[in-house]
Write a new protein. Structure first.
Length: 133
C-alpha cells in the first residue's frame, strides 16, 4: 500500500522477501510500525533514494529491515533518535515531534522484540527483530 506514496515522493521501494516469515502479534500495530519506518525514510532522505524492505526468518526470530541509501544517522546520534522527542540537529526544522522511532520501539518491545539502527553504508538500516510464535 505504500508503493504509490514512495513513488510519488520521487523514491524507489523494493521489497525483498524470499519466503514466508511468521510473526505473532497485533497486525495493526506492526503494520503501523512498518508504515512509520517507510514514512521516516521518505521524510529524511533526498529524492532519488532507494528504500528496501526485507524480511528474514530464523528458527527463533523474524527480522524486518527497512534500509535506505540516504544520509543515515551518525552512530553517536542513534540513541538520541530513539528517545521520545529526540530530534537530531539536521531535522530540527522539519515537521514532526521526534516520536516516530520511539513509538516504533515501543511497539517492538510490546511484542518482546528489539529495534536497532545500523549503518547501511551509505544510509540507514532499521532492524526490527521479533520472536517467532
Amino acid at each position: 500500500m505504500m508503493q504509490p506514496v514512495v513513488v510519488d515522493s520521487g523514491r524507489r521501494l523494493d521489497i525483498v522477501v524470499k519466503e514466508p516469515a511468521p510473526i505473532v502479534g497485533d497486525r495493526q500495530l506492526l503494520g503501523q510500525a512498518t508504515v512509520n519506518l517507510i514514512e521516516n525514510a521518505i521524510r529524511h532522505t533526498p529524492t532519488g533514494t532507494r528504500i528496501e524492505i526485507g524480511v528474514v526468518s530464523t528458527k527463533v526470530a523474524t527480522m524486518l529491515t527497512v534500509t535506505d541509501d540516504g544520509p543515515g544517522i551518525p552512530a553517536d546520534q542513534r540513541k538520541l533518535a530513539l528517545r521520545r522527542f529526540g530530534r537530531l540537529d539536521i531535522s530540527r526544522h522539519d515537521v514532526g515531534h521526534g516520536l516516530g522511532l520511539a513509538l516504533i520501539d515501543a511497539i517492538v518491545r510490546l511484542h518482546r522484540g528489539t529495534l536497532s539502527l545500523e549503518d547501511a553504508g551509505p544510509g540507514l538500516r532499521v532492524v526490527l527483530s521479533l520472536p517467532r510464535g
